[in-house]
Design a protein around this ligand. Structure first.
Ligand SMILES: Cc1cc2nc3c(=O)[nH]c(=O)nc-3n(C[C@H](O)[C@H](O)[C@H](O)COP(=O)(O)OP(=O)(O)OC[C@H]3O[C@@H](n4cnc5c(N)ncnc54)[C@H](O)[C@@H]3O)c2cc1C
Length: 382
């Protein structure tokens, strides 16, 4: 494997999602400028909060998933379309899936998270996810099939009643128009355990209006192509299963092995790995034990801005400032034309909340640069 030099003094970012892209854009605006190199395997940035609207065709793919080529053009950021497979912090190198090896002077890990099946038998082979464009396409096919087949007892099961499971259940109920019974399974005692009470109540009412059957304190123990085994002992037949019950970090192989917190890269309040302070990590891939910020785009974007400042401070031999999360509230989509929001002293539900949620996110979409620069702006939901 040939080692390839990056420009002197460059900052290498692994992953161009909410955290990594925000950091790259913030770093590229600093004076004096330093070279910024982003390694990201996807062609398009993915605005996950709008995946529901992509499913319902209330928004189009170009609005939800703008191309990196367009987002990064003329911004002084070099994009390498590749996947990092390993990081050697002693040698200060990363190796990629395409067989390249790069030497870095400053590294930021922002590779996000993916679904977690917790090793439950059958989930990997028989469940759909709801994380990316492929998942949306597969789900659209399933909806088309269920609408076409007009089965008598069709049922669709969503596992996990966090924000993704609840938002998806409402949207699917609207799209299926009664062609399948929807079940929402949650092993905890409530839906949306981390949400403000107002949003939780509005979401519960939205699920009830749509006749979604919510199974609380129910754990999935195994999944087959046509049924789900539950801890209650009563299996549930299904014509489609969507798994939204957990996430785990996308971690390249890192040596020496870094300290972990709650299964993620352990970081300090300055967003540095606790045992390798020359490396920064932000977003879903990381966890600060003393301040476990939620795994949301809102946190990742704020950290992207903060880490750019910290990297600059470190370069100037100043002590990096501790990251402070400013919670701007939560917005949830609750089906076609409906939403609920709580934040900045406002609680609102219904079509107006839907309009505000959509407008708030859309202002962050054109070119994304504006929105990402204004990451500190009003609500980003969750
Ligand atoms: C359906 C859905 C709806 C959501 N809605 C909201 C919402 O309304 N509000 C909110 O705040 N949050 C929401 N979230 C959560 C939010 O999307 C995540 O918390 C956020 O994306 C985390 O940002 P990140 O930068 O850590 O990771 P990501 O944005 O996931 O970015 C990680 C990037 O790293 C890349 N990558 C992965 N591995 C590698 C590798 N080895 N090498 C190089 N690159 C790599 C990936 O391709 C990806 O582009 C939602 C999530 C989902 C799934």
């Amino acid at each position: 494997m040939l080692q390839e030099p990056l420009p002197t003094n460059s900052c290498l970012i692994v992953g161009g999602g909410f955290g990594g892209l925000t950091a790259a854009l913030s770093l590229a605006e600093q004076q004096p400028r330093r070279p910024v190199v982003l390694i990201e395997p996807r062609q398009q940035f993915l605005f996950q909060p709008h995946l529901y609207e992509l499913l319902s065709e209330e928004l189009q793919a170009w609005e939800v998933a703008p191309a990196y080529r367009d987002l990064l053009s003329n911004r002084g950021i070099s994009w390498i379309q590749d996947r990092v497979v390993s990081i050697n912090s002693s040698a200060q190198t990363v190796s990629t899936a395409a067989g390249h090896k790069f030497h870095w002077e400053q590294l930021l890990v922002a590779s996000g998270s993916g679904p977690n099946d917790f090793g439950i038998p059958g989930v990997k082979d028989n469940a759909l996810g709801f994380q990316n464009l492929d998942d949306v396409h597969q789900l659209k096919r399933l909806i088309r099939e269920l609408r076409r087949q007009r089965l008598n007892n069709a049922s669709l099961v969503i596992v996990g009643a966090g924000p993704t499971g609840v938002e998806l259940a409402c949207k699917l109920a609207d799209l299926l128009e009664g062609r399948a019974r929807l079940h929402l399974i949650e092993q905890g005692a409530t839906i949306l355990p981390n949400s403000p009470a107002f949003n939780r109540e509005r979401a519960a009412a939205a699920l009830e209006r749509r006749d979604v059957t919510v199974h609380l304190e129910t754990a999935v123990t195994a999944v087959t192509p046509t049924s789900i085994e539950l801890n209650s002992g009563n299996p549930l037949a299904h014509h489609g299963l969507i798994w939204t019950a957990g996430s785990r970090p996308n971690l390249p192989d890192i040596s020496p092995a870094p300290a972990m917190a709650r299964g993620r890269l352990a970081i300090d309040a300055q967003l540095r790995l606790v045992d390798q302070p020359s490396v920064f990590a932000i977003g879903d891939v990381s966890c600060c034990e003393s301040e476990p910020w939620p795994s949301t785009a809102q946190v990742a974007m704020q950290q992207g801005v903060a880490v750019a400042r910290s990297i600059q401070q470190q370069q100037l031999d100043e002590h990096p400032t501790a990251f402070r999360f400013e919670d701007r509230g939560e917005m949830l989509s609750l089906g076609i034309g409906d939403a609920t929001l709580t934040g900045m002293g406002i609680t609102l539900a219904g079509p107006l909340a839907f309009g505000i949620r959509r407008a708030t996110y859309l202002t962050r979409l054109p070119g994304l640069s504006l929105g990402l620069r204004a990451a500190g702006a009003w609500l980003l939901g969750r």
